[in-house]
Design a protein around this ligand. Sequence first.
Ligand code: SF4
Length: 387
Amino acid sequence: MYDYFSKRRNDLRFLLKKSTPFNLFHGKKHYFCAMISAFATQLESWYETFGRDLPWRRTRDPYLIMLSEFILQQTQICQGTDYYLRFAERFPTAESLAEASEEEVMLLWQGLGYYSRARHLHAAAKLVSEAGFFPQDYGFARALPGVGDYTAAAIMSFAFGEPYAVLDGNVQRVLARHFGIGEPVDTGQGKKLLRALADEMLDRQHPALYNQAIMDFGALQCKPTSPDCVTCPLADTCQALREHTVDKLPVKAKRTAVRDRYFTYIYTRSADGQTLLCRRGSCDIWQGLFEFPLIESEKPLDMAEVKREVRKFVFDADLESLSLIARDVRHQLTHQRLHTDFYCLTLPHAASKNGQWIKESDLDRYAFPRLLEKLLSLLGAEGNLCG
Ligand code: SF4
């Protein structure tokens, strides 16, 4: 651990010499050291009053903390809390989760999105279960599937009180603004600087308290838009406030490219109340989840084009019943924007060239991506819009 932190400190010293954000301190080392201590104290004191009381903060069980961190990656706390409580009740230990089937885990995860998290969580629980306990070892946590620097630091500090600083988007924003970091946070140099700064600012006596405090401070006070600088306890020392750059920081170098994809889903049902499902493959979004027969195209399809594609998966069928339920249902993923047309088709018999037929009344036993849940809700109870 000594080597880890001494290396970070060297990084910080090196970067501070090259960067200008710390001109507030005019090179006065003693002033900077006092600043570190005051920064942590003010955040912790703010947290005592305004910090959020969250269920996973009432435990020091590393497995439950890991569970909460997986659920909260890319998920709002208000949505993630219910999932955390359901998972913690159904799988209170790593062993219980390790023994569950993938189908059961995916079904419980349904609606949260980013399903690779569920698969990684399941795999991580199996490794913890095989180890027999969750060791107090950063290297072990960091090597678990789906666990990056942030999650490993969260588990180590919250469960074991180990001095590892978390660095998520909230923490980046607080540090970048308070210390006036103009370096883009998504470049190698910017990441290195913020990592070194995060480690330097950490309250090593109370790492869990400090980490929770700075994350909540970023989420509630130093928010992405309209931060509450008027009541901010750090306002006197905030470089961004002093230099009128609050709305410019943190800086990002790259804009994420978003790809448009065009889907046509066919809810295919038989006259005796069965429906056709397919399972997603492993090289795309929603791996392992279920969906209706899908046609993907470069652009939206008209009815004639849809019929031509449908004939590829049904036997000689009268496609007169094919009807449009909804056009251009939008669904946003991190790097993709999905445009979906949704059709319904009723066949006389449950027969097709691929997929599996299930009773429509059993649909809730299958894990679907959120977009498909949205489409099902458009369809109404048991496909009653399908005529
Ligand atoms: S003064 Fe404003 S920008 Fe600076 S730390 Fe406080 S809330 Fe963030």
